[in-house]
Ligand binder design. Structure first.
Ligand code: FES
Ligand code: FES
Length: 158
């Protein structure tokens, strides 16, 4: 299979990647070490593979990598670290809204995209923005409370 070179900005870093023309972005990301991106259904329905392309959440399992040439990509690796978590990450923990390692990254990306667009989202905004991230193992309330708390912190409120 033919390989092509693409240029991307990922988590603030410029990279040149060599990708097979038929490779999906999910597989390219994992191959280059962005292991926060998880493969669930592999067909665009569960949201575990969600990343941001130019600040918009997409299911990376159904996007060809060649189509993101020149784009800005963000994964959870670009959000925060264990020692220096983003307020969204710390708020989800504080609210008890953490899901499993498979489901949390995609949920964080969808929630972060919402907060970029809307610093003061309501409960319904959060539900709508994350409805493509299917698992609800921690229920329907705490994860939403976590995003509300994050929005508050990001607005600089106590
Ligand atoms: Fe991509 Fe399920 S793995 S949407
Ligand atoms: Fe991951 Fe439900 S399967 S939290």
């Amino acid at each position: 299979m033919e390989n092509v070179k693409i240029k991307v900005e990922i988590n603030g870093e410029n990279k040149i990647w060599e990708v097979p023309v038929n490779e999906k972005l999910l597989d390219t990301l994992r191959r280059y070490g962005y292991k926060s991106v998880k493969k669930g259904c592999g067909e665009g329905t569960c949201g575990t593979c969600t990343v941001l392309i130019n600040n918009t959440p997409v299911n990376s399992c159904i996007i060809f990598s060649v189509s993101v040439d020149g784009c800005k990509i963000m994964t959870v690796e670009g959000l925060g670290t264990v020692n220096n978590p983003h307020p969204l990450q710390s708020s989800i923990v504080e609210a008890g809204g953490v899901q499993c390692g498979y489901c949390t990254p995609g949920f964080l990306m969808s929630a972060y995209a919402l907060l970029l667009k809307n610093p003061s989202p309501g409960i319904d905004d959060i539900r709508r923005a994350t409805d493509g991230n299917l698992c609800r193992c921690t229920g329907y309330v705490k994860r939403v409370e976590g995003v509300l708390l994050a929005a508050k912190k990001m607005r600089g409120e106590k």
